[in-house]
Ligand binder design. Structure first.
Ligand code: AMP
Length: 419
């Protein structure tokens, strides 16, 4: 099969590696792709396209004669790219615009969760200062204020500072104010065709910019899988209490969700609680989850895109663990400094997230906030962690920064679920 992959970040580089390792994938076209994706054996070409323009993507899929379009980022999903591709009779991995509202609107997601009886934080949608203040005071600190619209992973403020919480709400316009969920977080990816659903390995990501979870939220500074500290039976419990009720509610509404359902959970004293849904693979958790997936990725995503997931064989996983560490540009998660020359990136396991080639000489340049993800596997989590940090240690990029504690607490057995 020939595949068109949309997106140009670290998630898409990891997807490209996985797809090209699948013998049934005969050629992959990436749009717009990135220099890392261009170097993956099996990638036929990169094409420039506005990935959030449904008509342009559908035309590209027809022109290139692909059998499957894999949609990486959220913006094209919310814009209706999957619908436009399917309307041309081409399979698309990714939900319809209607179903992608599970990610595109926090209010919609809460509404579905309530109807489906999914365990989640109590919440209010607020559009003015008085209602925001009342909600903040009902729940008390730490305050959780979420932009109701897509904000590239940075629309959430968690703070003890009431004035800062109010200021964020005023900036966003419409927000969801919710109760704070205390406990370690888990990201669970579920591949689904709307009815059948297959969980991938749970992973953990690191949202805050600094060691010890200090500083502002980012798109994600690192991840690891599997999670040695989660109770056995967690995945089955989440499938039964969260995923299947949510999929059933989406079918009931006439907008079945097919694609990747990302369940972000907090492991609280009262049990797992949903923090958020996303409608696509998470970045950077994808880098570690796919590094451990042995089952061919193209066949799995094609089955989900064509409603045949129930017939797909059980997934196979590699032994051991995987860790990814994000190298971020100077000033990220503020406006990042870009255009700096990168050295040491040309090694296996180096996933490109925000890079570009200088036209004059082909030098690799930083081109985004998150620049590279040093990704490694190993027989143990400790070994994978050492290998990922060895990769990151070889990178030269002026002003760059990375967390030094990715997966450290898990390796040391310091993660506990509140009781
Ligand atoms: P979201 O974009 O909804 O995933 O939120 C980003 C991050 O904010 C999450 O990964 C959590 O670390 C944090 N967060 C969001 N909602 C809550 C909550 N109700 N309680 C505690 N932390 C939260």
């Amino acid at each position: 099969m020939r595949v068109l992959l949309l997106g140009g970040g670290g998630r898409e580089h990891a997807l490209a590696v996985g797809l090209c390792a699948d013998p049934s994938v005969e050629g992959l076209i990436a749009a717009p792709g990135n220099p890392g994706i261009a170097g993956v054996a099996g990638v036929a070409e990169l094409r420039a396209v506005d990935v959030a323009d449904p008509a342009a993507v559908a035309a590209l899929a027809v022109e290139t004669g692909v059998d499957l379009v894999v949609i990486g980022p959220e913006a094209p999903l919310v814009a209706g790219v999957a619908d436009a591709v399917r309307a041309k009779g081409i399979a698309a991995f990714g939900p319809s615009a209607e179903a992608a509202r599970l990610e595109g609107s926090k209010t919609f997601a809460k509404d579905v969760m309530t109807a489906a009886g999914v365990p989640t934080a109590r919440a209010y949608t607020c559009a003015d200062e008085a209602s925001t203040a009342a909600a903040l005071d009902e729940f008390g600190p730490p305050y959780v204020v979420k932009n109701d619209r897509l904000a590239a992973g940075k629309g959430v403020v968690v703070t003890d500072d009431r004035a800062a919480a109010l200021a964020h709400a005023a900036e966003c316009g419409r927000v969801v104010v919710e109760e704070y969920l205390a406990g370690p977080e888990v990201s669970l990816f579920v591949v689904t065709d709307g009815e059948a659903a297959v969980p991938l390995l749970p992973a953990q990501d690191f949202k805050r910019v600094g060691d010890g979870d200090a500083g502002p939220n980012t798109g994600g500074m690192g991840a690891y899988a599997p999670l040695p500290w989660t109770p056995s039976g967690l995945v089955d419990e989440v499938m039964a209490d969260v995923v299947h009720p949510t999929l059933a509610e989406m079918r009931r509404r006439g907008t079945p969700f097919a694609g990747l359902l990302y369940v972000g959970l907090a492991m609280t004293a009262a049990g797992p609680r949903v923090i958020e849904f996303n409608a696509r693979f998470g970045d950077p958790e994808t880098q570690v989850v796919l590094a451990l997936l042995e089952t061919p990725l193209g066949g799995l995503l094609h089955a989900a895109a064509t409603g045949t997931l129930a017939d797909h064989p059980p997934l196979r996983w590699r032994d051991g663990a995987a860790v990814t560490v994000v190298v971020a540009a100077d000033n990220y998660p503020g406006t990042p400094r870009t255009g700096d020359v990168i050295t040491g990136a040309d090694r296996p396991g180096m996933i490109h997230a925000g890079t570009a080639r200088r036209p004059a000489d082909g030098a690799l340049l930083s081109a985004g906030g998150r620049v590279l993800c040093g990704t490694a596997t190993g027989p143990t989590l400790a070994a994978a962690r050492d290998a990922a940090y060895a990769l990151v240690g070889g990178i030269g990029l002026a002003g760059s920064h990375h967390r030094t504690d990715i997966a450290a607490a898990a390796v040391d057995g310091r993660i506990t679920i509140p009781r």
